[in-house]
Design a protein around this ligand. Structure first.
Ligand code: AMP
Ligand code: ZN
Length: 461
């Protein structure tokens, strides 16, 4: 039974969706003003592990990720580049789609944008004003957090403490220091939309409330994002959505740990980042995914190039086996019961709050066992076909760490076979110095030759 750590309840809860067999999940997506970095990528990939696992479980998933396509950072960039804000947003939206495609991220059901949901946003703000949760101050509309009883329930923050320690700049237009903007009055040279409160544009928090409601309903299952979003973004979303609908908003709140670099959060503003595009020039998407899968989604993870190198070679063990299986499995007739305990262990790990490191370990245990069965010539055709399917379903379909290195892996095994052949010829010519050298050098690089009566096989260490 799937358990998820819920930031709202501060414990692992049994996952019980609103509608049996269906999952409705909303993940806060990028602000499209630049190429995204591998810290953002970690959050997107962690969301993808969850999305893919739901699909593996056969659930009917509606997965929504928004794009913030108008905001201060986009406007700043458009001013710097002397182009319309929409030119910036469009360019980086395409870059985002290109990059998540390269990262093997399973496409969301929909990627709604703020600018295409102005009516829904305006309607929700109007509802909040009508119900007394928001006020219009000469074209700027604010949410009055003192009117919402549950404010602070997600982050565990107390209003009084927040107010006391608040560095929120003094803003004469607001009633309380923590009140936040729902609608921002148009400024000279900024994009704007018409509204009952005059020309302006929406605040960031309201767009997620309006879009999640439109596409998933007032109450839905999972809301997720990086842990920097717990406060104020998600806290504010709850305040807006629950005040507007009078119903619970998302039932499960999942938050992803940061990718750090030298113990600091990787971020655009600190300048300590690598773009996903740059990393993908050196490492495969599968390697980056594998690196992330080795740490639980909620834990912090430190980025180093060495760790990524290590992930690269670790992952190859799975590829090598899979492509060996691709070559030797002729008959696809599987008997999944042969791998029942492997599937059960994999699911047990993923059911435990999407524990991908444990799930990876289950895959590696299977890889070791399958390699041994092959080396010992004990594997039946059904076993091999089922082994291939197990690796594909877990490392491939759910974790998506299985490479497309078919040719390379195929080439690698061909080269090993070639060396085995040359060693045999050296032996025949009684050139034992050379045949031993081939065996020893292969061993040094992790290829163990095993001689039996009539053939030499190999296994990878
Ligand atoms: P942004 O484009 O800044 O709104 O970020 C998009 C997503 O990436 C959000 O869910 C952020 O919480 C997440 N994010 C930003 N930086 C990091 C990081 N260093 N590690 C993990 N997730 C991050
Ligand atoms: Zn959001």
């Amino acid at each position: 039974m799937l358990h998820l750590y819920n930031t709202l309840t501060r414990k692992k809860d049994i996952f019980s969706p609103v509608e049996t067999g269906k999952v409705k999940m909303y993940v806060c997506g990028p602000t499209v003003y630049d190429y995204f970095h591998i810290g953002n990528a970690r959050s997107f990939i962690n969301a993808d592990f969850i999305h893919r696992y739901f699909r593996y479980l056969g659930l009917d998933v509606k997965f929504i990720m928004n794009l913030t396509d108008v905001d201060d950072k986009i406007i700043k960039k458009s001013n710097e580049e002397k182009v319309a804000y929409s030119v910036v947003a469009e360019k980086y939206s395409w870059a985002f789609f290109e990059d998540i495609g390269k990262l093997k991220i399973y496409p969301a059901t929909m990627y709604p944008t703020a600018t295409s949901h102005m009516q829904e946003i305006i309607d929700m703000i109007a509802e909040l004003i009508k119900k007394g949760f928001a006020y219009n101050n000469e074209g700027n509309v604010f949410y009055d957090i003192s009117k919402f009883n549950g404010y602070g329930k997600l982050s565990g923050k107390k209003i009084e403490e927040l107010e006391a320690g608040s560095r929120v700049e003094v803003n004469e237009e607001k009633k309380g220091p923590l009140d936040f903007a729902l609608w921002k009055k148009a400024k000279e040279g900024e994009p704007f939309w018409e509204s009952p409160w005059g020309n302006g544009r929406p605040g960031w928090h309201i767009e997620c409330s309006a879009m999640s409601c439109k596409h998933l309903g007032e109450t839905f299952d999972i809301h997720a994002g990086g842990s920097d979003l717990i406060f104020p973004h998600h806290e504010n979303e709850i305040a807006q959505s629950e005040a507007a609908s009078g119903k619970p908003f998302a039932n499960y709140w999942l938050h992803f740990g940061f990718l750090n670099i030298d113990s600091e959060k990787m971020s655009k503003s600190l300048g300590n980042f690598f773009t996903t595009r740059d990393i993908l020039k050196k490492f495969s998407a599968e390697t980056l995914r594998f690196f992330y899968a080795q740490t639980h989604y909620a834990s912090p993870l430190n980025f180093t190039a060495d760790a990524l190198e290590a992930a690269d070679s670790g992952r190859l063990k799975i590829d090598n086996l899979y492509f060996k299986l691709e070559e030797i499995v002729k008959d696809e007739d599987c008997d999944d019961s042969l791998f029942a305990s492997n599937y059960a262990s994999f699911e047990e790990a993923m059911d435990d709050d999407i524990n991908t490191p444990k799930a990876m370990a289950v895959v590696f245990d299977a890889v070791r066992d399958i390699n041994r069965q092959i080396a010992e010539n004990k594997a039946s055709a059904a076993y091999l076909a089922s082994a291939k399917k197990f690796i594909r379903r877990t490392a491939g379909d759910v974790l998506a760490v299985l490479g497309e290195a078919k040719k390379e892996a195929g080439l690698e095994s061909q080269l090993i076979e070639l060396l085995i052949q040359l060693r045999l010829e050296a032996k025949k010519e009684k050139n034992y110095a050379l045949s031993d050298k081939i065996r020893d050098r292969l061993k040094e690089i992790g290829v163990i030759l095993e001689d039996s009566k009539d053939k030499t096989s190999y296994k990878l260490n």
